[in-house]
Unconditional design. Sequence first.
Length: 241
Amino acid sequence: MPRESLIINTLVELADNLVDHFDVIEILTLLSDRCVEALDVDAAGVLLASPGGELQFVASSSESIRILELFQIQTNEGPCVDCFRSGAPVVNVALSEANGRWPLFSPRAIEHGFHSVHSLPLRLRGRIIGALNLFRTLQGSMGDEDVAAAQGLADVATIAVLQHRASLDANTLNKQLDNALTSRIVIEQAKGIITEWTHCGMDQAFSRLRSHSRNHNEELTKVATAIVAGTLSSSDLDKPK
């Protein structure tokens, strides 16, 4: 599918998620996946601020990015951390030249096969709620059109999240955000169970969770919870198409 059509379809999908069964993790995973499919990047991840203001891992396009994003949080350094703190994009940084800037993160990212990185804020009217990380296996600049497209997708995802938050009172909002971050733990547990029983990789396990969730119109977290509780067998999950 041409990039322009894929981006338009993504905008429609993001808007469609506002209608019913809103799931923060699903929306930001969609954002990560579509950036990889439509733009000149090889992987993507999203960190979202918790109610207390701490960055938390929420979504990624692959298992290796999940590990890198968690490493950023643990070491409190990296492009997503800088982007969130400043509210300014971090674009076209060659990791081999950024050891002074990110002495712990840069070598780890290179070990995972990435050589350039970009981070764009999830923002609306000066309010920063997280950051989108984009990784490339090659050095070199990402084109201005791709940067603009990525920021546009990030902005729409931000509007979706904030619009949903606006409909909730403060207590409900904090509870939902806490639940969204807690949901990541359940999803990781479910991925581990699926991997053990089906002998697939973690990325494939997550794909099966998402496929089953979409095919049966069930929230991703509910499917993962059923796997962990043993009420849904790994072998009964729908396979990705």
